[in-house]
Design a protein around this ligand. Structure first.
Ligand code: AMP
Length: 282
C-alpha cells in the first residue's frame, strides 16, 4: 500500500493505471474509518483492479461553527485498517494542496443542495460536490463508492456525475449499523454512553416507520415519527422528511419509492439516518 500526499503525484499514478487498462475504484472518506467505510472499500476490492481510499477532512464542507477542528483524525489507525483491507493507495492531501488561497471554483447542484441537510448546513453540499469532483479529476475512477447513510449526498453526487459527464459510475452502498441499530458514523465517538443509548431511538423509530408505511397514510407515518423523535431526551430535530427516492422532492401517497430522512441533535452531536421504503403494489 502506498500513501500519496500530493494531488499531482496521485493524478500521475492514476493516469498510468488507466493507460495500463486497470479499472480504478475510489472511496472518498474523511477518515476515522469504521465498518461502514470498510464495507465500501471491500466492495471496491471485489470490483476494481486498483482501490484508492482518500482521507481528507474537507474544510469547505464544514460551516463556521461546526466540528472541523475537533473532527477525529486517527491517522495511524486508519492506515492500519487500509493496509489490512488491501487498499492499493491512500490519498491524503494537505488542505493547501486541495484548496490554495487562489481557489475560486465551486460546484453547485441546484435545488438538491438546498433541502434537508442543506437547509441547516448551507455551504455543505457545495463543499462536498467540489471536493468530490476534484477527487474524480485526480484519480480517474471507473467506480466511486458512497454510503446510503448519507442519502442526500449520494443523490447529489449521482446528479453531479451525470450533469458534468464524469466517467465515474457512482456505486451506492447499504448503511452499516451496530447490532443495536445505530448507524455507524465517525461522529458517534462524540457521544457519551448515555447519549449513545438515547440515540438508538432514532433508528428504532425509522424501523417502525417502515412497517407503518405498508398500510398507513404518509402524513400519519411522518407525524408518528416526529412525535416519537420529540420524546427523545436531550435532543433537537433539524428535520424528519419523506422524500422521493429518485430526486429528493417531497413525497406524497402516490410516490412508490421514498426515503424517510432525519437529522437529530443528541446533545452537541448531530446524527443523520434514513430508511428506504417501497409501497407494495396492490
Ligand atoms: P465520511 O468519512 O463520513 O465522509 O464517509 C465516507 C463515506 O462512507 C461516505 O460515502 C459515507 O456515506 C460512507 N459511510 C459513512 N458511514 C457509513 C455507514 N454506517 N454505512 C455505510 N457507509 C457509510
Amino acid at each position: 500500500m502506498k500513501v500519496i500526499k500530493n494531488a499531482l503525484q496521485m493524478q500521475k499514478i492514476a493516469l498510468k493505471h488507466l493507460r495500463d487498462g486497470d479499472e480504478i475504484g475510489l472511496v472518498p472518506t474523511m477518515g476515522a474509518l469504521h465498518e461502514g467505510h470498510i464495507s465500501l472499500l471491500s466492495k471496491s476490492e471485489k470490483n476494481d483492479d486498483i482501490t484508492i481510499v482518500s482521507i481528507f477532512v474537507n474544510p469547505i464542507q464544514f460551516g463556521v461553527n461546526e466540528d472541523y477542528l475537533k473532527y477525529p483524525r486517527p491517522i495511524k489507525k486508519d492506515l492500519d485498517i487500509c493496509r489490512k483491507n488491501h487498499v492499493d493507495y491512500v490519498f491524503m492531501p494537505s488542505v493547501d494542496d486541495m484548496f490554495s488561497q487562489e481557489h475560486r471554483t465551486f460546484v453547485e447542484v441546484q435545488k438538491m443542495q438546498d433541502i434537508l441537510c442543506g437547509l441547516f448546513r448551507p455551504a455543505h453540499f457545495e463543499g462536498v460536490a467540489t471536493v468530490v469532483s476534484k477527487l474524480f479529476n485526480i484519480s480517474y475512477p471507473d467506480r466511486a463508492y458512497f454510503g446510503i447513510k448519507d442519502f442526500q449526498q449520494l443523490k447529489i453526487l449521482e446528479r453531479m456525475a451525470r450533469d458534468l459527464n464524469f466517467r465515474t459510475k457512482i456505486i451506492p452502498c447499504p448503511t452499516v449499523r451496530e447490532r443495536s441499530g445505530l448507524a455507524l458514523s465517525s461522529r458517534n465517538s462524540y457521544l457519551s454512553e448515555e447519549e449513545k443509548n438515547i440515540s438508538l431511538k432514532i433508528s428504532k423509530t425509522l424501523k417502525e416507520a417502515v412497517h407503518e408505511f405498508r398500510n398507513k397514510d404518509l402524513n400519519f407515518v411522518k407525524r408518528n415519527v416526529l412525535n416519537k423523535l420529540r420524546k427523545i431526551p436531550n435532543s433537537r430535530i433539524d428535520y424528519a422528511e419523506i422524500v422521493n427516492f429518485s430526486n429528493l422532492s417531497i413525497a406524497d401517497n402516490n410516490t412508490k419509492r421514498v426515503v424517510f430522512a432525519v437529522a437529530v441533535w443528541i446533545g452537541k452531536t448531530r446524527l443523520i439516518d434514513n430508511v428506504i421504503m417501497t409501497k407494495r403494489s396492490k
